[in-house]
Design a protein around this ligand. Structure first.
Ligand code: GTP
Ligand code: K
Ligand code: MG
Length: 359
């Protein structure tokens, strides 16, 4: 009977689908990588000047290999000068500047160059990536003369520390429970995950009781992202600099890549277009205020991040306004009627007009 057991176990192993094996392997890998996210204990590795205060309406981080032109870009777009030179690792700390655009103050952060292995702490990689996590948009600056390798390498580095570029959060409801086992459901046909695989992955994380509902056809990796939970989903613009050095055909090809903009800092080419794109990727919400019996003030927008409420608008106008608030009238896409009477929790949308009535 001993050999029978051994045989059947072997059989089981041989026929175990690759999907399960891979799914589990990825769960293990993700667990290992989560350790990379933990702050390093030695203060020597901390690097000075990285804790730049968040200011303005949004934050953009410049990520890229050394000498791709990050500092040149910062000096061009803001009134801050950041030293640029032909040697690598000219920039050693985080240097903030401000881009003023459409009434918004956008904080632009110049950072040291990063290289392969940055996530594991090569160079100042860890600190740079930690700053990138706090940004609203990442500009991945690439040297157009250097081919596509840099882009793939940097994507891999950011991916390995839980930064997801140009992806939205997987639409999976996940709730760990005290008991009751694992309840699994899906509202769509799943082609990449199954109940069995989901269970195996959860067991890998020592989760034996949970509610799981797939609302889209997610991959095992995406499910793992949901379990691990500390992922950041961030828009990223790939900016190919130094196009003054490449052929027309190459410019054409790069410009057509998704999420990509081609520029030349040296010749000040296409920088306006980059700003337009950046504005689009920041997706900030502009709100106009209006006084009773007057036309809205379209010259001075209140700029907020997506998902801002009437309360956020109040705080922006005056610190004590929310406490004196009676109701607001809102015109725009966030309401069914224009105007509509709303309370403090009403969510504002881009280009809404608001009139606040005090107690
Ligand atoms: N040909 C050309 N050279 C450029 C362009 N933009 C920047 N450079 C040059 O590229 C070199 C590196 O520029 P930096 O701005 O120091 O690059 P960086 O990415 O900040 O570099 P690190 O701080 O070392 O990571 C400098 O010699 C710049 O003059 C461009 O559009 N075309
Ligand atoms: K440089
Ligand atoms: Mg630099």
């Amino acid at each position: 009977s001993v050999s029978f057991w051994a045989g059947s176990r072997l059989q089981k192993r041989v026929t175990a689908p690759t999907e399960y094996h891979l799914g589990l392997l990825k769960a293990k890998l993700a667990k290992y990588r989560a350790q990379l996210l933990e702050p390093s204990k030695s203060s020597a590795a901390k690097g000075e000047g990285f804790d730049v205060m968040k200011s303005g309406d949004a934050r953009v981080a410049l990520i890229g290999f050394p000498s791709v032109g990050k500092s040149t870009f910062l000096s061009l777009m803001t009134s801050t000068a950041s030293e640029a030179a032909s040697y690598e690792f000219t920039t050693l700390t985080c240097i903030p500047g401000v881009i003023e655009y459409k009434g918004a103050n956008i904080q632009l952060l110049d950072l040291p160059g990063i290289i392969e292995g940055a996530a594991q702490g090569k160079g100042r990689g860890r600190q740079v990536i930690a700053v990138a996590r706090t940004a609203d948009v990442v500009i991945m600056m690439l040297d157009a003369t250097k081919g596509e390798v840099q882009r793939a390498l940097l994507e891999k580095e950011l991916e390995s520390v839980g930064i997801r570029l140009n992806k939205s959060k997987p639409n999976i409801y996940f709730k760990p429970k005290k008991g009751g086992g694992i309840s699994f459901n899906s509202t769509v046909t799943l082609t990449q995950c199954s109940e069995k695989l989901v269970q195996l992955i959860l067991h890998e994380y020592k989760i034996f009781n949970a509610e799981v509902l797939f609302r889209e056809d997610c991959s095992p990796d995406e499910f793992i992202d949901v379990i691990v939970g500390n992922r950041v989903y961030m828009p990223c613009l790939y900016v190919y600099n130094k196009i003054d050095q490449i052929s027309m055909e190459e410019v054409d090809r790069l410009a057509r890549r998704p999420h990509s903009v081609v520029i030349s800092c040296g010749m000040k080419l296409n920088l306006d277009y980059l700003l337009e794109k950046l504005w689009e990727y920041l997706a900030l919400t502009c709100i106009y205020t209006k006084k009773r019996g007057q036309r809205p003030d379209f010259t001075d927008a209140i700029i907020l991040r997506k998902g801002a409420s009437v309360e956020h608008v109040c705080h922006r106008i005056h610190r004590s306004l929310a406490s004196q608030f009676k109701y607001a009238l809102v015109w725009g896409t966030s309401t069914k009627y224009s105007p509509q009477r709303v309370g403090l929790t009403h969510m504002m949308e881009h280009e809404d007009v608001i009139q606040i009535v005090k107690k």
